[in-house]
Design a binder for this molecule. Structure first.
Ligand code: TYM
Length: 335
């Protein structure tokens, strides 16, 4: 028990706003399972974040449950990691309101994700989309997380979380621990297979650019076969000049553990056809056990329910401690 208290803490999450993608897997989840022994780990399903964009309610529920199963299938043992649904722990919404009052309009206006999402959803630029980073800061700060393992696109949100925490601590003393982003060396920014200058994203309208974690092998192979390359016919890592090929190399490198130099040698003198086939096959093999295990777990709803219920209890315990401290600091009368 003593040891557990001293372990550093991790918090991360994924929005069940679309089916899980290869990008979320390589940029985030793949790196989570290995952390369980060394850290005290909390992994959330960020369902509250998803309604900043309109969702079909039944689909959101289905995807949330599937994501619980996928987390476990990716190696997150519920005995060693706290797996929970954000909306099951009311402290997230409660702290988010307090943090809204310590977050500046100007800093929220600068967020890249806000700018992107408001351009994509011009008919629904709601206040939640704007204050999204304050809710994400609440997610992290409630657990006094040391590290936040995310892909490169979330770095800015972890930075604003630190700024909010620093501002709050500046007024009230050391209430929040300042978290660090934890971004993988390779796989931090997986790009679309069809438009490799854009991030692979679950909200992408072009289905061929995005590979889903639970997709059928034949569909994965087809998408890689069609992936955009260039007219150079040479497998070489150069993201600026060869974005498509470099993205495929990144994916292949994470899937096989080979370095860029080794990959260049492996495909020296071979055409892009062979290369794309090899990448597709490596991804199929990487994802196969996860898909099979997710399907098996989805047949046992009672087990999945027990996992997220227990997770919500454990998460609430830690979150409520931080929330009480914050309420006291800002001057709310104790109930
Ligand atoms: P989300 O749901 O968009 O993405 C989940 C995780 O996957 C990473 N990721 C990628 N990594 C590499 N290449 C890609 N193409 C790619 N696409 C996604 C993301 O960086 C992220 O780590 N706001 C967050 C969810 C969130 C959260 C939190 C994260 C809510 N609260 C607290 C950490 C801590 C989001 O929208 O991620």
């Amino acid at each position: 028990m003593e040891n557990e208290v001293q372990k550093k803490r991790i918090l991360s999450g994924i929005q069940p706003s679309g089916d899980l993608t290869l990008g979320s897997y390589l940029g985030a989840i793949k790196n989570w399972a290995a952390l369980a022994d060394e850290y005290d780990c909390y992994y959330m399903l960020a369902d509250m974040h998803t309604i900043t964009v309109r969702q079909v309610p039944a689909d959101l529920r289905r995807r949330t449950l599937t994501q619980v199963a996928a987390y476990i299938a990716c190696g997150l043992d519920p005995e060693k990691n706290v797996l929970f649904v954000q909306s099951h722990v009311p402290a997230h919404a409660q702290l988010a309101w307090v943090l809204d009052c310590y977050t500046m309009f100007g800093e929220l206006s600068r967020m890249t994700q806000f700018k992107d999402k408001s351009a994509k959803n011009a008919d629904n630029i709601n206040a939640g989309l704007f204050t999204y980073p304050a809710l994400m800061a609440a997610d992290i700060l409630l657990y006094q997380a040391d590290l936040v393992p995310v892909g490169g696109d979330q770095k800015q949100h972890v930075e604003i979380c630190r700024d909010i925490a620093t501002r709050f601590n500046g007024v009230y003393g050391d209430v929040f621990k300042l978290p660090e982003p934890y971004i993988p060396q390779v796989g931090a920014r997986v790009m679309s297979l069809t438009t490799p200058e854009n991030k692979m994203s679950k909200s992408d309208k072009d289905q061929n650019g995005c590979v889903y974690m639970l997709e059928k092998p034949e569909d994965i192979l087809r998408k890689f076969k069609k992936a955009v390359t260039d007219s150079d016919a040479c497998v070489r890592y150069d993201p600026a000049a060869k974005p498509g090929v470099s993205n495929l190399m990144q994916i292949y490198s994470v899937a096989t553990g080979r370095s860029y130099g080794e990959i260049e040698q492996e495909f020296d003198g071979l055409g892009y056809g062979d290369f794309k086939k090899a990448v597709g096959e490596a991804v199929v093999e990487l994802l196969r056990p996860i898909r099979e295990e997710t399907e098996r777990l989805l047949a046992d709803k009672a087990y999945l329910e027990s996992v997220y219920r227990t997770g919500a209890e454990k998460a609430s315990y830690v979150a409520n401690r931080t929330l009480s401290k914050v309420y006291k600091k800002v001057g709310f009368l104790a109930r």
